[in-house]
Write a protein that binds this ligand. Structure first.
Ligand SMILES: [Zn+2]
Ligand SMILES: [Zn+2]
Length: 453
């Protein structure tokens, strides 16, 4: 079904079709296909021919199974509808009380916007900014940009390019759904102390979360950039089944245009790019070493201080997990353990393994080995940001639990360090060039000297 297309020019790669809604097939819709119907896979650098994908179906790379193109029903209108609804829900989510808590007759309720305010009052402005940026500003900006660009509103070209680039860069940093899980975890943590209730804003926030995820999902990056400006014309014919590097072509990481390998700046989106990210492994390892150094104090130092009846009690990540386990909240204890301890540790180890493999030092065990490493890379990319759950939990707890002498919760230095560790490992994963994993296979096949890095 999916041959290694890089081995033979005669057998062009067969795009694997994933059936969605075949009954909805129509001829209406999309602009002419990707640059002459070909596309460079962003993950493995294979040049593939794109078939005419039916509405609701998607085309995946025959080598690494990355989704290359999805043909949505109403590809312009759908993201706009989701983005508009998400923005409306976001406004509602900020207007009314979000959650409330009652402990021994004392009642406290907070609005979404009061969560960063509480952190600022405790001299943890940096945590407050992280919350504002990841949960409010980036998602709101991206929704507005999706609406303007998908509707093709007449705006200056430079402004459109900036918006398109910000959407591409900021997507990984939208943490709305992670914050929602953080809120749910906080609920369970607080149940032992008092009655927790949801406010009028809670349901709109959940809807905002779902709608913005969906808006991102159905935004077709290719069509989106075609709306801004058609892809620059190619001087040579792309050869499907061969990697871009081997035919002197590269992919623009931002707007998916196929460009000559020696062209540093994309003429369409002005993103500077390379055939392979320069010093990718060195950057990744440097960021990882920094995050390991911060990860140790982040686990030892307290992440929050709980003050009950005037007695302050500092707790770090592990003691929080143990406390929850002893209280009998096994699922939450497990969630925190997995998100805050297991995932960052495994992620650091996995990225180190990827770097070792991509550097050409690992043993080559054939095609499956490349695919396995690629799956590891995809998992690392996906799970990285979920480690922010614990940071958001502390944010919610310290904003909601302000009952004076009775019970108060404050963030502590460990939370900030932990947030920095998560951000650094996310950047480390972004700096890693997954195409290096596939390069080594090719150099073996073509019996050329190793040129991975
Ligand atoms: Zn691929
Ligand atoms: Zn570009």
């Amino acid at each position: 079904m999916c041959k290694d297309a890089s081995c033979s020019h005669a057998s062009l790669p067969q795009i694997k079709m994933i059936a969605g809604h075949p009954e909805k097939q129509t001829d209406a819709g999309r602009a002419p296909s990707e640059t002459d119907g070909v596309m460079l896979c962003p993950q493995c650098d294979l040049m593939v021919t794109l078939p005419d994908v039916a509405e609701g179906d998607k085309a995946v790379c025959p080598r690494c199974y990355t989704t290359l193109s999805t043909r949505w029903v109403e590809p312009c209108l759908q993201p706009v509808c989701y983005a508009v609804s998400a923005l409306v829900m976001m406004v509602f989510a900020n207007l009314f009380p979000f959650i409330n808590m009652r402990v021994s007759g004392i009642y406290n309720q907070i609005r979404l916007i009061e969560i960063p305010q509480a952190m600022m009052n405790d001299d943890y402005s940096s945590l407050a900014y992280l919350f504002l940026i990841f949960v409010q500003l980036i998602p709101a900006f991206c929704m507005v940009a999706i609406i303007l660009l998908c509707l093709n509103v007449p705006l200056p070209y430079r402004l459109k390019v900036i918006m398109g680039r910000v959407i591409y860069l900021a997507k990984a940093w939208c943490m709305v759904e992670i914050f929602l899980v953080g809120v749910l975890v906080s609920f369970v943590k607080l149940m032992a102390y008092g009655n927790i209730g949801i406010g009028l804003s809670f349901v709109p926030y959940c809807l905002f979360c779902l709608l913005q995820v969906r808006a991102f999902q159905c935004t077709d990056r290719y069509l989106f950039w075609q709306n801004i400006r058609p892809a620059p014309a190619l001087t040579k014919t792309p050869k499907p089944g061969v990697s871009g590097k081997d035919q002197g072509l590269r992919l623009c990481p931002c707007c998916t245009a196929i460009l000559p390998a020696d062209l540093k700046e994309c003429p369409r989106c002005h993103t500077v790019g390379y055939v392979r990210k320069p010093n990718s492994l060195q950057w990744t390892i440097a960021l990882l070493v920094t995050s390991i150094m911060l990860y140790i104090p982040a686990n030892i130092l307290p992440i929050m201080v709980t003050e009950v009846l005037g007695n302050p009690m500092a707790s770090n990540i592990m003691s929080g997990v143990i406390l929850l386990w002893e209280d009998g909240s096994y699922p939450v204890s497990l969630v925190i353990f997995i998100a805050s301890i297991m995932v960052p540790t495994l992620k650091i180890l996995a990225i180190l393994w990827l770097c070792y493999d991509a550097s050409g030092k690992g043993a080559i065990k054939g095609r499956q080995d490349r695919e396995r490493m690629h799956v590891i890379y995809e998992i690392v990319e996906f799970v990285g940001r979920w480690s922010m759950i614990d940071v958001f939990v502390i944010g919610v707890l310290s904003a909601l639990v302000r009952m004076g002498r009775l019970m108060s919760i404050y963030p502590d230095i460990g939370a900030l360090l932990f947030a920095v560790v998560v951000i650094l490992t996310m950047i480390a994963a972004m700096m890693f060039d997954p195409r290096l994993l596939w390069d080594r296979k090719q150099t073996i096949t073509n019996k050329e000297p190793d040129s991975a890095e």
